[in-house]
Design a protein around this ligand. Structure first.
Ligand code: HEC
Length: 402
């Protein structure tokens, strides 16, 4: 949590003369750089897939070598981002507990005072902006947004990467919800970086401290006056006696090793749990050709059918009820995606079927894959007994389209 750089050992006067104030240690700068590269890669390859029907999206996918490559790069970057997050957790706990540093990126009541002072300044009721300490409230909010955003993206990413495991524990509706949340949070994060982060760090004044590690006295005076005053008053963070640090380190290192082990195991599971990640953009040869799908916002629950009076026959047809039934019961994997090469989006695709052969053979339920995959009861999406009977009857009746 805390990003305080180790106070330099040089005397204050010397540092003032050099007019350089250490802001970020080398390890923090490397961490930021890895975050920058993985985040940008995720944003570009992800939004290209989200907007694949737009020419710019299609062009970007082509730039990365096609849809398969874009997907692979996106997932690779996700693994890098999760790995750097694991590092961040362990390193933050180390700084917090072993070194006893404060959590200077966490909001405090002073931040609300600063916010109020800045509003007063912007409406002309105050002469000066608030005097920020090590991190301004804007920087803290941005840091927390990164933490929160990463958590959301990891959870929803897991659900899209491992839809079968997810639907084992959660209702199917969670998958399209995860897809919507993943895309929405991505857009929010990218816009926040472009509008908020770029403005504050590059446009208002080009702050290079995340790359050079230091700020000049002039910059400190403008951006972190309270922190500058504290340093110049000779106030150094109270440091723990070295034997305490040494003892705590001995305790923490094995704990950190276990933490890293558990979290890395989680990461490996994330990647290898199943081989059925949802794929929304169909592959194409050469310049990708897309068949955009219409996203289903949230599947309308199937109206629970009133039990039919015994003996009555209800004539089913694709347009009449079977299409709706398939979309509700199979849509997450076979309309949004095409698991096993089987898409249930159109009548023709259902007839055509997937890897094992025709989905529906009119008049022959026994050779129709749609029925076959349902019969041993282990398929990740199942019709109810009554629904399956309806599908069988429909096929038996020649699988009419209308
Ligand atoms: C949670 C995801 C999920 C849901 C929901 C789902 N399936 Fe599947 N389906 C899969 C996967 C994964 C495969 C490919 C592996 C396999 O064949 O088991 C597949 C494959 C298929 C195939 C093609 C088999 C082949 O090899 O040709 C058919 C047909 C099929 N499913 C029918 C259905 C029907 C009908 C429903 C709705 C009642 C349904 N599925 C719901 C995940 C799903």
């Amino acid at each position: 949590m805390d990003r305080t750089a180790a106070p330099s050992d040089k005397p204050i006067e010397e540092r003032v003369e050099q007019e350089k104030y250490v802001r970020f240690s080398l390890s923090q700068r490397i961490e930021h750089f890895v975050l920058l590269v993985s985040f940008s890669t995720l944003g570009i390859t992800g939004l290209a897939q989200k907007f694949s029907e737009h020419p710019l999206g299609a062009w970007t996918i082509g730039l990365f070598g096609g849809i398969e490559a874009s997907r692979l790069i996106h997932r690779g970057a996700a693994v890098v981002l999760m790995a750097v997050s694991i590092y961040h957790i362990v390193a933050s706990l180390y700084r917090l507990w072993v070194l006893g540093r404060p959590m200077s990126a966490m909001p405090t009541p002073t931040d609300f005072v600063h916010l109020y002072q800045d509003v007063m300044y912007y409406i002309g009721r105050r002469k000066h902006k608030a005097a920020y300490g090590r991190y301004s409230y804007a920087e803290k909010v941005e840091y927390l947004a990164v933490v929160w955003g990463t958590v959301i993206m990891a959870i929803t990413g897991f659900m899209m990467w491992n839809p079968i495991a997810t639907t084992r524990y959660l209702p199917g509706e969670f998958i399209p919800a995860a897809v919507a949340a993943h895309g929405g949070e991505a857009l929010l994060a990218v816009l926040a970086i472009i509008l908020w982060h770029f403005y504050h760090v590059h446009i208002r004044h080009f702050n290079k401290s995340m790359f050079t590690g230091t700020l000049t006295r002039e910059e400190m005076l403008h951006e972190h006056p309270a922190e500058l005053a504290r340093i110049e008053a000779g106030f150094v963070e109270p440091r723990l006696p070295s034997e305490v640090v040494a003892r705590r380190r001995r305790i923490y290192l094995p704990i950190a090793a276990v933490l890293v082990g558990i979290m890395s195991y989680g990461l490996i599971l994330f990647v290898t749990f199943e081989e059925t990640a949802l794929a929304f953009v169909p592959p194409g040869d050469g310049p990708p050709v897309f068949v955009p799908f219409t996203p289903t916002p949230s599947p309308t629950p199937l109206p629970t059918s009133t039990p039919l009076p015994p003996g009555s026959v209800q004539a089913s047809s694709w347009d009449g009820d079977i299409a709706v039934l398939m979309e509700n019961k199979c849509g997450v994997c076979h309309v949004l995606g095409a698991q096993g090469g089987f898409s249930a989006a159109t009548y023709d695709q259902v007839l055509e079927g997937g890897a094992s052969g025709p989905g529906v053979v009119p008049g022959q339920p026994d050779t129709s894959q749609v029925v076959i995959v349902q019969q041993d009861g282990t398929h990740p999406g199942l019709f109810s007994v009554e629904e399956l009977q309806r599908v069988i009857d429909w096929i038996q009746a020649g699988a009419p389209e209308e």
